[in-house]
Design a protein around this ligand. Sequence first.
Ligand code: FAD
Length: 593
Amino acid sequence: MSLQRRHFDSLILGAGGAGLRAALQLAEAEARVAVVSKVFPTRSHTVAAQGGVNAALANVSADNWHWHMYDTVKGSDYLGDQDAIEYMCRAASNIVYELEHYGVPFSRLENGRIYQRPFGGQSQNFGGDQASRTCAAADRTGHAILHSLYQQNIRAKTHFFDEYFAIDLIRDAEGVILGALVLDIASGEPLLIEAKTTLIATGGCGQLFRTNTNTNTNTNAHINTGDGMAMALRAGIPLQDMEFFQFHPTGIAGKGMLITEGARGEGGYLINAEGERFMERYAPNARDLASRDVVSRSIATEIREGRGCGPDKDHVLLKVDHLGEAVVAKRLPGIRDTCRTFLHIDPASEPIPVFPTAHYVMGGIPSNRFGEVVVPVGEGPEEAIPGLYAAGECACVSIHGANRLGGNSLLDILVFGRAAGNRIIDYLKQNRFHRPMSESSLEAAMARLQRWDQAGDGERVDQLSSDLKRVMESHCGVFRTEQVMHEGIEALQQLRRRMAEVRLNDSSKVFNTARVEALELENLMDIAMATMMAAEARQESRGAHSRVDYPERDDSNWLKHSLYFLQDDQLEFKPVRTNPLSVESFPPKPRVY
Ligand SMILES: Cc1cc2nc3c(=O)[nH]c(=O)nc-3n(C[C@H](O)[C@H](O)[C@H](O)COP(=O)(O)OP(=O)(O)OC[C@H]3O[C@@H](n4cnc5c(N)ncnc54)[C@H](O)[C@@H]3O)c2cc1C
């Protein structure tokens, strides 16, 4: 059967908040836009976001975008690019009002304004009050946002390919991106989508780390396998700052489901086995609302020093029971459900056992504040790849630098999803025709799919997948050293060799999820190597990257972004953009909370 083809102005890979916000911008501008998602759009991981989205609306405390910018630069441990951070913080209020008009049912204050709660890393020093910057729809904010955006896209007539798996980007000889080869999961047939522009919005890669062991868990959906990042790598594009992976301080111990930072924002706090509020020792001012890297390391240290709770002293407790039943019911109904379902406890009357859990990737596809994918060209300035864009968790703009603040990712995906949409509209005005696609430009993508038609005995996907996760957690976790990561790289090289021997037991076509899992595992392998290589190279501690052998931040040598290229596992570096757009730069200072 010949390969089916479809043509669109614009192709968007991913139907999370980033993909849907971009699609809406394009559909409203009357571009023909296709959105491809490997799951039904409203099952994208954005749906799981709990706590909220940051914007300096000043509904609860004094606030403005400049303070938000300062907190974000400080939170990033000065690795964030300040032009992009300024752009995002300035855009935030309008983005939230826009959501409200799309139908997001934000929680309300008595006076009818949007409810805002304090979150980690938000400054405290304005008149001594804690800033309350995180706009929330109870603790189901992502759910509300994703459903509203999906409905708006249906109204605007965006074309959806639900349950289609993107395999690879298609590039011509000049490096222009012409669309993507995708797989119809239901029929098992490939489909070629040709487009004048392609936006990668495929989300994060939390599945690098294990689920369901006592001490190693992640909060991410099973679909978060970094597919778009790996597609970029195979197209010769590097990944930026992959050594920075965020561990969220409060996953349910031994299980990993997230308990939102909003629980601490509402007044919850952590205690150790002695009943002590230990965060007072690590972050005397911000205490439980210090940034996530700081709180996660503090919990890990308490446990390592023997002050963990429970028979195995392997977790700490998060108390919200003192807040009263009414606050828990009104502001934290989702985490109450989660605790009842998975722990059989009611957090309104009992503390929650928690432990840090793998949560968010700060690194990703290098992009700028217009959503364009940018790559270094010789010694000159970086250049945008024609027709290719990236937004959301898979992109590295870089807003979050070495550590993301809670509530800033929902903002990031919306601001830069929208910005990418606008940039694409401009590009489409100047590039009105599809470029010709030669058969040879399809070969690599087709081969990648056909490789899984080989049946027979061999290594198994699930075995390799759990070996990969074990290597990541034991060689690239919260605390890192040279020797351990060096061994980790060797272990990954061995896994790569074994990957060539993997075979599927089931070679049928119709809804063959084994084939999809195999393609996802290949993607995770490359991302694991990017993460480990960049982590081994960075000889300092900054944000989420904590080196036992290099405990200090080193601005004179390491205030720079890493770039990992798949070809020859090569690493390069590029400078941080320290100049904002209109205000003065925030120079690096010691980071204390
Ligand atoms: C439990 C949890 C709670 C969170 N809470 C908050 C919060 O309160 N505030 C905050 O700011 N941030 C929060 N975050 C982070 C934030 O939700 C995510 O970073 C963000 O939603 C990612 O959005 P996205 O659009 O980039 O990707 P996603 O929402 O992950 O969507 C990715 C899309 O790509 C598609 N896709 C991926 N690979 C393929 C492929 N190969 N082919 C086809 N489609 C593909 C998927 O189907 C999906 O549609 C939370 C994260 C988690 C895990």
